[in-house]
Ligand binder design. Structure first.
Ligand code: CUK
Ligand code: CUA
Ligand code: CA
Length: 634
């Protein structure tokens, strides 16, 4: 975890940092002199960096060119940033509870969360956008929850989570990617931890045949499980190809060990390649099993008695690999070494032959293994033939040329490294604009650093992380922005703003609140105009409208112990006029945006007067937007 690494000849790291403090962090790249690029004078470098920073500046009132979607890590949400300004535009609560919007409190959100609404935590890592023909189609964002083994979907037109699935029979969904071609029919989700099957306490040996984890394939449209694939070892990160046929995932625990030493025992772990077509056919033909109470089709992707499974191939790579990234030209899967200073380049056009058993050994699909530096974790691409890999231990991003690395592997005397840029500090993921699509445009690179140390005002023992923005439009990478972030955006994606079309106000027939509209219909209520209290035994439903600055009902009476549901329809049609509803001392709060219906249920357990108020500033008389619930003693 230390950022100390061996010094480069002639220049020690302390001096790089000293220089960067004087003239901008970009000067730090001088430390990589001798790797192929001419060294600029300090003055001209500073001038180039300052020009790049101006390009990154988005003046007040101007709009960003890119949408960035950040995972919120173990905070559980998704954050929307504008790039290049790095301004935070919105937060989308997903696996967390959010007091502002009422996510996790409202009936609508709890219905989407389903059974798992009982969990108050999440741990998201990998946000990825749906595609058609290898390009973002603007429909959905998918994200994993490692903590409670879930996958959620966000509708990009409203930027709200609309589906959540708990993946059965596995623990800890980590790597997540989407099928790129012909369109995102499937979401691929890796379960990381190896568990016994059944996991009922009757057996505990992780190395036994009954212990395994699975590759999980989810139908993107209905967000239900399509099938699961049993694998050898464990699963870390994954990606999909541009033919629609293959997906690949890294495994760092081929040992099936339960401790650190054991997980590092083998010299090589592997990349497992999945033949999606072959698996689909087997499932269609009914050649699958099911596990426990679940009816999800499961196929076995493990080798048996030295024979390959038709569904998988295991390509050995140096021990404990981490990130897995597909190059935007569709040619390569790149597995990042982590414990090895290399990345392994797998030629996707050799996979048909690999599955046809035309190679003597699996490693013949590897066409390059460039040595990049210490701790390569993730790689991203500019669409011009260059790759950018984070070096966690070296605390750098290295820019390298993919075809030169392939040539070097063939024995040609070429250097493939173009530049190493110090980042602050210890990067995990990095992500270039549009990099995981055919549109990779090589403009901006976001580097998500795990430590900020001295970069910001101190905030107590818990420091922010540091998401840095790098201009990669020219020959040299230039650091242009430091962005403190709250725990812990493992990953982000960038889409061009033209690819995301959002609604300005809700449609009245939006499925997001369709169950509530259904309930109103049964009660004979017209949501857009009725202000009525309906009693149904000890259940009371309070239907009201809201229009700035007043609720349709400003006083209603219930009995102590009643289960009260407040259903509010915001009939304002003016963009940006959201109302809220907060019942004091009841733990109740929610957002009602223009033309939205929201509802929340609670027990009126305390007799007396209870004020409710609007908590989203909506009008000059916003403070006066209030009402009273009168609770008669039981
Ligand atoms: S993982 Cu966190 S830095 Cu979950 Cu994508 Cu690599
Ligand atoms: Cu309505 Cu504030
Ligand atoms: Ca290992």
């Amino acid at each position: 975890m230390s950022k100390e690494t061996e010094d480069k000849p002639g220049m020690n790291r302390r001096r790089f940092l000293g220089a960067s403090a004087l003239t901008g962090a970009g000067v730090a790249m001088l430390g990589t002199a001798g790797i192929g690029s001419a060294v600029m004078s300090r003055e001209s470098w500073a001038a180039a960096v300052s020009e790049a920073r101006q390009n990154a500046h988005v003046a007040p009132g101007e709009l960003d060119e890119y949408y960035g979607f950040w995972s919120g890590g173990h905070q559980g949400e998704v954050r929307v940033l504008g790039v290049p300004s790095m301004r935070e535009l919105m937060r989308i609560p997903v696996f967390n509870v959010d007091s502002a919007t009422g996510w996790g409190l409202t009936n609508e959100s709890r219905a989407i969360m389903g059974e798992s609404a009982k969990y108050l935590n999440g741990d998201c890592h990998h946000p990825h956008l749906s595609m058609a023909d290898g390009r973002y189609d603007g429909k959905y964002l998918f994200i994993n929850d490692k903590a409670n083994s879930r996958v959620a979907r966000i509708r990009l037109d409203i930027m709200k989570c609309d589906k959540m699935l708990t993946v059965p029979n596995v623990q800890a969904i980590h790597g997540l990617r989407v099928q790129k071609v012909p369109h995102t029919k499937y979401v691929f989700a890796n379960a990381e931890f190896i568990i016994p099957h059944p996991n009922d306490g009757s057996q505990f040996d992780t190395t036994a045949d009954y212990s395994y984890t699975m590759f999980n394939v989810i139908d993107a449209e209905n967000m239900e499980m399509a099938f699961q694939v049993i694998v050898e070892g464990n699963l870390d990160n994954c990606d999909a190809d541009y033919t629609g046929k293959y997906a690949a995932a890294t495994c760092y625990n081929s040992e099936k060990a339960t401790d650190l030493g054991g997980m590092m025992r083998n010299e090589r772990d592997w990349v497992v390649v999945f033949n999606i077509e072959a698996i689909e056919q087997a499932v269609k033909a009914g050649n699958f099993i099911t596990l426990g109470d679940s009816d999800v089709p499961v196929v076995d992707g493990r080798r048996k008695d030295g024979n390959n499974s038709p569904f998988t191939r295991y390509v050995p790579v140096p021990k404990n690999p981490h990130g897995l990234n597909t190059s935007p030209d569709g040619k390569y899967f790149i597995a990042n070494g982590k414990l090895s200073p290399t990345v392994s380049i797998i030629a996707i056009d050799r996979l048909d032959d690999l599955f046809a058993n035309k190679y003597d050994e699996e490693r013949e699909v590897i066409v390059g293994e460039p040595e990049l530096g210490l701790g390569p974790l993730h790689t991203t691409f500019d669409g011009r033939g260059y790759a950018y890999t984070t070096l966690f231990i070296d605390s750098q991003v290295v820019k390298w040329n993919i075809e030169d690395a392939v040539r070097a592997y063939n024995g040609d005397d070429v250097s493939y490294i173009r530049q190493k840029l110090d980042v602050q500090y210890q990067p995990g993921h990095n992500h270039a604009s549009l990099t995981e699509t055919r549109d990779a445009d090589g403009k901006w690179l976001v580097v998500l650093c795990k430590f900020s140390k001295d970069r910001f005002l101190l905030t107590g023992p818990l420091h922010p992380e540091n998401d840095q923005l790098i201009d990669i439009s020219g020959d040299e990478m230039k650091l242009v922005h430091d962005g403190p972030t709250y725990a812990e955006p493992h990953d982000c994606v960038l889409a061009h703003r033209s690819q995301i079309k959002t609604r300005k106000i809700w449609e009245r027939n939006d499925p997001f609140f369709a169950p509530t509209a259904e309930m109103a219909k049964k009660d004979g209520i017209v949501l857009e105009s009725d202000n009525k209290v309906i009693r149904d035994g000890n259940k009371v439903r309070v239907y009201m409208t809201s229009m700035a600055p007043a609720y349709g009902i400003n006083e209603f009476t219930v009995k102590q112990g009643d289960e009260v549901t407040v259903i509010i329809t915001n009939i304002d049609e003016i963009e940006d006029v959201s109302h809220g509803f907060c019942m004091t001392n009841h733990g109740v709060s929610m957002e009602i945006s223009p033309q939205q219906t929201s509802s929340v249920t609670f027990v009126a357990d305390k007799p007396g007067v209870h004020w409710y108020y609007c908590n989203w500033f909506c009008h000059a008389l916003h403070m006066e937007m209030v009402g009273r619930m009168l609770v008669e003693p039981a």
